[in-house]
Design a protein around this ligand. Structure first.
Ligand code: MG
Length: 160
């Protein structure tokens, strides 16, 4: 059996546009500032997707879903993640798990963590875990100017 690991990272700035809705792990946070982005700017889904693509040797999310492509304008990133998992399987790998570390001053993720993990895990077809961390008021993330997510993914395959 082949075991591969992949790393994902994403960051999006907070938006001043009141029409932008904050979406993290496919969960909507109605009373929070949204993030700037071409899609729904779901940093958690994006980092998870990049980790899976990296593990399978399939490049990155920007290569497959370019932000210059109108097809992905306002896209539901959970659906992008579902498509990435399909691509990983088409390449002969099975997602093992994905672990995501979100860094933000707000919102508090714990009350919505189960929903996020369910949405993400359903899209990937494997366990996805989400952890929340604060940047302790350090730097741009600590000032609440954006949200970061790091992710790692493991996939397995069989020897060709
Ligand atoms: Mg992104």
């Amino acid at each position: 059996m082949i075991v591969r690991v992949g790393q994902g990272f994403d960051v999006h700035a907070c938006s001043d546009d009141p029409a932008r809705v904050l979406v993290l792990g496919g969960v909507t946070f109605p009373d929070e500032r949204g993030l700037v982005g071409h899609s729904d700017a779901d940093v958690v889904a994006h980092a998870a997707a990049d980790a899976l693509l990296g593990a399978a040797g399939l490049g990155d999310i920007g290569r497959h879903f370019p932000d210059t492509d109108e097809r992905w304008a306002g896209a539901d990133s959970i659906e992008l993640l579902r498509e990435v998992a399909r691509m990983v399987r088409a390449a002969g790998f099975e997602p093992g798990n994905v672990d995501c570390a979100v860094v933000c001053e707000r919102p508090k993720l714990a009350p919505r963590r189960d929903e996020m993990e369910t949405n993400l895990g359903d899209a990937v077809g494997a366990p996805v875990t989400v952890k929340g961390n604060r940047a302790e008021q350090l730097g741009a993330i600590g000032r609440g100017e954006g949200i970061v997510c790091y992710a790692v993914a493991v996939v397995t395959g069989s020897e060709a």
